[in-house]
Design a protein around this ligand. Structure first.
Ligand SMILES: [Zn+2]
Length: 84
């Protein structure tokens, strides 16, 4: 219901399948977009290559990561997770 949720997207992170970014946790270039929804064949191929993470596999209640590291499993939602 938040109108400004788009503002919270971080410009640093990849949005296109095939794009990668450096992981702030492990430093490897393994941060890939998280894609929600039913994976078509193109998405399934990208998933096989490790170029994308399927949101349905990693979703946590209340948090919606937009990117995730395939090496250490870090996601941008982790930053917002209150560890208390
Ligand atoms: Zn990592």
């Amino acid at each position: 219901m938040r109108e400004n949720s788009n503002d919270q997207r971080d410009e640093r992170w990849p949005r296109e399948i095939g794009d990668r970014a450096d992981c702030p946790e492990c430093g490897r270039r393994s941060v890939v977009p998280v894609v929600f929804g039913y994976p078509g064949s193109e998405l399934a191929d990208a998933y096989e290559r490790g170029d994308v993470v399927l949101g349905g596999c990693v979703i946590s209640p209340g948090y919606d990561p937009t990117v995730r590291c395939t090496a250490c499993n870090w996601s941008d939602a982790d930053r917002r997770h209150p560890e208390e």
